[in-house]
Design a protein around this ligand. Sequence first.
Ligand code: PLP
Length: 482
Amino acid sequence: MPQVKFFYGDSVPLEMHKVRVVQKLNLRTVEERLQAMSEAGSNTFLLKNKDVFLDMLTDSGVNAMSDKQVAAMMEADDSYAGSSTFTKLEEKVQELFGKKYYLPAHQGRACENIIARSFVSQGSIVPMNYHFTTTKSHIVLNGGSVVEVIPTEALEVNSENPFKGNLDLNQLEQLINEHGPEQIPFVRIEAGTNLIGGQPVSLANIKDTYKLCQKYGIMLVFDASLLADNLYFIKVREAEYKDADIRSITKEIADHTDIIYFSARKLGCARGGGICTNDVDAYNKMRELIPLFEGFLTYGGMSVREMEAMVVGLEETMDFNMVNQGPEFIAYMVGELQKRGVPVITPAGGLGCHLNAMEFVKHIPQEQYPAGALAAAIYIASGIRGMERGTLSEDRKSDGSEKLADMELVRLAMPRRVFTLSQVNYAIDRITWVYENRHLIEGLTFEDEPKILRFFLGKLKPVSDWQEQLTAKFKADFGDSL
Ligand SMILES: Cc1ncc(COP(=O)(O)O)c(C=O)c1O
C-alpha cells in the first residue's frame, strides 16, 4: 500500500487482495435499530448479528481468511492424538518464534488461564504495559494483582509518541526493588495494547525490558495476540527496523521473551491459540494443565481445520502487504474523523479506530458509562456495532464501588481484509452525524449486572428517553434513508 503513489489527490489505502467470497449484509431502519438496541439492554455484545450492518465489535475470529487458508482446512488430519496437523503447527511456531515447546490452547484467554494457574499465587504482583480484561481476571482469580508500569503519556489521548504501548523501565525496577523479585512471577508485555487504543510497543523497549527481567531472574511473558499490527508499526515507526523484514522482526522479538502466548482468533486469522517457550521447567508446569482445561496435547481444544488455517495464517502474517492492511485502513478512518473534529485516539494504532468518549460525550459522568452510551448511539444511527472500552469493561472494586477507567473509548475494530473503503466512509459519515448531535446522548444504568466481566452479558437501560430522541432527530435529518 504505501509504495503506491496516486496521480490525483491524496493517496488512499489500497487493498493488495481481491474479494472472492462475499456475505450479504442487512441495514435495518432506524426504528428497527432502536428496537434492537433496547432488546440488547443497550449492550452491543447482546445485539444479534442479523441486525448489524458493519460489525466493528472486534477483530477476534472474524478476520477474513485467505484462499490458501481455506484450502488448507480441507487437508486436516483429524486424529485425537498425534495428528500431523498439530506437528505442522508446532513446526511453524518453532520456525517463526524460535521456541522449542508449543502448547495448544483453544483461544487467548485459555492461555492466560494456564499461565496464571501455573505461575500466579496469593500476593503475586504482575507488572505489565497494560492489562487486557481476561488477563487481569485470570491473575486476580489466582490471588495476584496487576500493576501497570507505563509512562503517563500512555494514557494521553492525543500524542506524537509512536510507541505509547511502551513499558516504563524505571517504574518496573522500582517495583521490583520495593516488593522483591520473588513476589513477581513474570512481567507481561502486550503487543498492540488492546485497551489503550491499540498502541504498539517498540522492539527497543521489549529488548530493554527483557534485559531488566534477566537481571532479576524474572520471566518475560509476551502476549502476541495483536502482534501483526505491532510488527507493522515497528517496521514503519522504529528507524532501526525500517529495512528489516517482518520475519526477522518477529524472531528478534521472540528472542527477547521467555514465554509467548497468543490468541489465533487475532494473530493468524483463524480460531485458536497457544503458548510457546524454550524453558523446559515452565513448559512442564503448564503442560499438565492442558489436558485438564483444553484437550489432549495435540489439539488443545482446537479443531484440526482451524489448526491448518493457523499454520497458513501465521506464515501469511510474515508478509508486509498483509500486516499493513489493518493499520492503514485505521489510519485513514482516524485521519478523516480528525478532519471533521471528532475526538479520536492519536496516533492511530492497530486493532481499530478508537473514539475518545470522555471528550465526545463529556457531559456524561463516568458512572453512567459514557463510552457504552456512545456505542449504543452509534448503533442506532448507523447499524454499526462498536465496543465499549471504559468503565463498563472494568469490574467493580471489592467494596462494590466503581473502578473508573483511565480512558473511556468506543472501539470500532477493523477486522483485517473485511470492509471496503466505501463502508469505512459510511462509518465516518454516520459517526460525524452522531458527533454533531452528541448533546442528545445521555448515560446508561445497569438493570442486570454480572459480577465478573460484566460488559459481556450485562443489561443496561438509558437514564431517559434519549435513544428515542436521537432516533427522531435521525428521521428529521435523513428522512427515509436507512
Ligand atoms: C491482547 C489480548 N490478549 C488476549 C486476548 C484474549 O484472546 P481470546 O479472545 O482469544 O480469548 C485478547 C482478545 O481480544 C487480546 O486482545
